[in-house]
Ligand binder design. Structure first.
Ligand SMILES: Nc1ncnc2c1ncn2[C@@H]1O[C@H](COP(=O)(O)OP(=O)(O)OP(=O)(O)O)[C@@H](O)[C@H]1O
Length: 298
């Protein structure tokens, strides 16, 4: 869907992006991750042709991106942009018409989305009279109203309570199921785990990680196992820091430390009954912190 090659952007003496390559396949939710100031918003703004790159190329559906492609993209910026004095209905119709929909299409789609998100009764309210979360729902509709092929969402859950965040999460998944490609930039790693098929991480203007969630997790195996033993036949070494979770049942974590899982398992079998032997998989949050810290030290 989107191919980015060798993108560089410098603001004065400040690097924002250095030689960034990115490949976003069709129909996925793609997580764009990175700490504050990494360069994510700059990248998103370049894709949206709000600012220009110094060098590099962007291809959308195989063709060099052009101003006409803006209609294929829906962009929810981190700083929301609604007109405070306008009413919800007028605002959404305005955005829909701006994206090229006929008056009739605009009416139909705005009605459909207001009902879908259960906010039909807000039609005549002014934006300034809405709460942050309510305005956020209106902005979400404004972003998807023209059924873009590529949806770019910058922190789409900020301002939402858990119920509304869940509603928006489901809408994002629904859009993906209907073929929309989604780029999701967020600091909420639990949303990344739930929604994203692939992720790329940017740190200090450079891409430092790229792959499916499964690939990324597989490359960060901490080689730690969670273990439960019962019916002990030996005294557990103090270094294991085992806790008795139930009478006669002990839990602890053990690192492979160069052994194979089978070797570790054999050692455990000599200590008692092995009731649990599970490899610990890191969360995206742990991977994020580890990656950022280790690339900052390089
Ligand atoms: N218009 C600008 N003028 C000067 N420097 C800028 C400008 N826009 C961004 N930068 C700088 O470029 C770098 C990348 O910023 P960017 O906003 O892309 O980061 P980000 O990853 O989106 O961060 P956050 O997660 O905090 O939103 C930062 O050092 C920032 O200060």
């Amino acid at each position: 869907m989107l191919e980015i090659s060798n993108l560089t952007k410098v603001f004065g003496s400040k690097n924002a992006l250095i030689n960034v390559d990115l490949s976003v396949p069709s129909g996925v939710v793609f997580g764009l991750l990175g700490p504050n100031g990494a360069g994510k918003t700059t990248l998103i703004r370049i894709i949206n042709q709000i600012i220009e790159a110094d060098s590099g190329e962007i291809f959308l559906e195989g063709n060099k991106i052009s101003p006409a492609d803006i209609r294929k993209i829906g962009y929810l910026p981190e700083e929301r942009g609604l007109y405070k004095k306008m009413k919800v209905w007028d605002q959404l119709i305005y955005f829909a018409r701006l994206k090229g929909l006929s008056q009739q299409e605009a009416n139909q789609r705005v009605n459909k989305w207001l009902n879908k998100l259960d906010i039909g009764t807000w039609k005549a309210k002014k934006i300034e009279d809405l709460s942050k979360g309510m305005a956020q729902k209106v902005q979400f509709i404004a972003t998807v109203i023209h059924e873009p092929k590529l949806l770019i969402l910058d922190e789409p859950f900020s301002g939402f309570d858990p119920v509304n965040a869940e509603i928006i999460k489901n809408e994002i998944l629904g859009l993906k199921d209907s073929g929309t490609t989604v780029i999701l930039s967020t600091h909420r790693m639990e949303s990344v785990e739930l929604l994203c098929d692939r992720v790329a991480m940017i740190n200090q203007s450079r891409k430092i990680l790229d792959g499916t969630i499964r690939e990324v997790k597989a490359s960060f195996r901490p080689e730690i196992y969670k273990i439960t033993l019962s019916d002990l036949t030996a005294t557990l070494p103090q270094s294991l820091d085992a806790k008795e979770v139930e009478l006669g049942e002990w839990q602890f974590s053990a690192k492979l430390n160069g052994k194979s899982p089978n070797e570790l398992l054999r050692e455990l079998m000599a200590m008692g009954q092995v009731k649990q032997f599970d490899e610990v998989t890191p969360t995206m949050e742990e991977i994020f912190i580890h990656q950022v810290k280790s690339s900052d030290h390089e």
